[in-house]
Design a protein around this ligand. Sequence first.
Ligand SMILES: *Cc1c(COP(=O)(O)O)cnc(C)c1O
Length: 401
Amino acid sequence: MFHPVPYAWFSHHANTKKKIITEIMPNFRRQQRSVVKFLDLYEVNNRFDKNIRAAIDRVLSSGWYILGEECAAFESEFAAFSEVRECIGVANGLDALVLALRALNIGAGDEVLVPSNTFIATWLAVSQVGAIPVPIEPDPVTFNMDPARIRGALTARTRAIIPVHLYGQPADLDPICAFAASYGLKVIEDAAQAHGARYHGRRVGSDADLACWSFYPGKNLGALGDGGAVTTNDPALAARLRQLRNYGSSRKYHHEELGVNSRLDEIQAAILRVKLASLDADNERRRIIADMYTAGLADVPIGLPSMPDYAQSVWHLYVIRHPQRDVLAQRLADVGIATVIHYPLSPHLQPAYRPLAIPAGSLPIAEQLQAEVLSLPIGPTQRDDETKSVIQAVRDCVSSL
Ligand SMILES: *Cc1c(COP(=O)(O)O)cnc(C)c1O
């Protein structure tokens, strides 16, 4: 099945885009008027063209490319934005999670509770430190870790919980943090999809011991390459993380522990500073699109995202559910609407996780979601007429099923 997403994610220039499209999708010309991309990263970044080039120039002429003023400035600006004391820039979101676990001394033999339905990086980080990811099923309405299911997964080896704010919507942190506190567990928020989201009015990332962020280009705050960060209110953890990301060293050529090289480089930091200034406005634009979808699809027999009172989502993704998801996705593709599945195979069913031997059928909610979820196009540059085309196409395609 041809899926029209790759060109939207990976193209860098309109002409390249057109060439790729007409080569692999011969009837593109006929459909050209109605194509709605999933997320047009060229358009997203083109809005900042002048300021991004100025930021790169500034780094070029500074002669300082790693752990300099830009990274430090971004760290303090992102900490202020996220309403936390400390931000530590790292190389990517996966490293942020790995370093967070290491800073909390979680490793071999430990168990860490993770969502059964998340991007695999949440699990990979746990595996990378030698600990075991223990899946917790989601609340099928919010898609997020169900606090009521945590107790049943607890063992003598449980050390931490990693709630994920999936699709940009805050997980229900209060009961998770309260449970963790009463059992002496650590909490790490995987906020890679939720820059700027609020839980009970507070920014996500300020409740747990540590929060982890990704600045992968497609995230709500995206670099022009890889990037990540850990935030915390704990200065001692922050100091440990600064050391861990830089060869275990806080004084050049003196190494306190077995650190790694995982740093946010000056160019990406400078670019992120430009884009951070528009993040609230971009998230607001996503919210308007999500509200249009929710209003325009309210009477259609599909599952729509829930909006609990405690959560102010930043709509990284707008995810609908339908039992005939694959047919629906194909029909939408046929009329030029790009969709993506987040995610088609839960981590426990991935070949990489065969060694954990978690049998198929044992996590029924995650397995049902993987068969039914479909992400509609959304992004800060998506126009109202595009959103309306998507709504009309979903209405038409669903009624044709
Ligand atoms: C993107 C993502 C990550 C990993 O971030 P990278 O920067 O791609 O390494 C981790 N967790 C979740 C939930 C993500 O969406």
